[in-house]
Design a protein around this ligand. Sequence first.
Ligand code: EPZ
Length: 422
Amino acid sequence: MDKFVVNGPSKISGEVSISGSKNSALPILAASLLFDKKVTIKNLPRVKDIDTMLKLLKSLGSKISFKNNKKIAIISNSKKNNYFAPYSLVKTMRAGILVLGPLLAKFKKAKVSSPGGCSIGVRPIDIHLKAISKLGVKFKINKGYVNANAKKGLIGSKIRFPKISVGATENTILAACCAKGTTIIKNCAIEPEIKDLTNFLRAAGANIKWIGKRTLKINGVKNLNSISYSIMNDRIEAGTFCVAACLNGGSLKIRNFDAKIINAELEILKKIGAIVKISNNMIEVKGPKKIKNINYIKTREYPNALATDMQAQFMVLLLKANGKSVIQESIFENRFMHVPELRRLGARINIKGNKAIIEGTTELEGAELMSSDLRASVALVLAAFISKGTSIINRVYHLDRGYEKIENKLKKIGVKIKRLSR
Ligand code: EPZ
């Protein structure tokens, strides 16, 4: 298992360019199952979760060829009745459940492993199943598998999500876009990755319209057209680098990224004293000499608040703030796995329910650490490079799931980091 060795403290400067978005690429790759014709995808991030999704598509009969490192052509299998997504693949990447909607659209049947829980929470799929069942699907859960059957095919319906869910919104869109008739979906998630999915499907001929802030109208179409599409850039990677720049008063130009997408996070950075300059497709962030504390921030669904996928990184930043700050995690029930590890560096953080009370300013000292999930791991890397001395971060495979060659990008901007492979 690979580990990182990080020597700190370092201060960041220079430029970084952002890779394609993992969380946008995953549903778009799943969508390729809906097509009879070639789908070309560009700006694909080369991270582990994408490799897993490609393996899953291959196991479902898709032919995949790389045109270059970030561009692939996919021709999905339309003939053989292959609608089985095995546990061995879905257990390592929950987004495997996103093939449920497309498989049902294509074969009227699907057998997809239930993804189970993960380190950040229970993460059920009840909302996915309830919504898709409205399209005429019967579900049976048996031996860890979701067995789905739509004898008469998928039929448009009216759906209202009881709670905002990114994955359930994506799965339902994927099921409905080739269903018979019209589907209205209310209380949708409106994360930029969902807009990227609807843009992709629309460009391929799907009849999908946003008719309200969180309401979609989908008129099912029979076929989708061959398409070449470039995935949006990764807002969580961009946000992570913005936070990195603010630690230790660094400065960074983040190229090729639309600042509007991470407005909520940039507003918080301004409050802690960072200087944020936005120009055409570029963000320039300069960290303050003294970081101001934030009395209270809460993670929430896009667009109005801190993204849960940025919570761990902001916690590291607030360790360096002058005074006490509170972060409330409202999306996942167990997303403070980084806290015990940060404490090993000397951090003073108390957990009360879903709130973390962070005492700044803390001098951090390097230590050996354990990664637990993707965003917790990147927070440990940020904390390690502002700590004095050497830190070792174990189990960096969590990081490899969602950050493309992060150590190379960090090295270029001044972080002393190396990967030890075994
Ligand atoms: C997506 O997960 C992202 N994953 C997550 O990114 C992200 O943290 C999350 O959205 C929230 O923004 C991908 O896009 C692949 P949800 P998802 O359904 O779709 C509950 C990362 O680090 N819920 O919006 O699984 C659920 O337990 C990852 O890149 C149900 O109760 O998230 C959670 O509390 C981690 N029943 C809340 O809703 C359901 O059927 C929101 O989850 C579905 C969800």
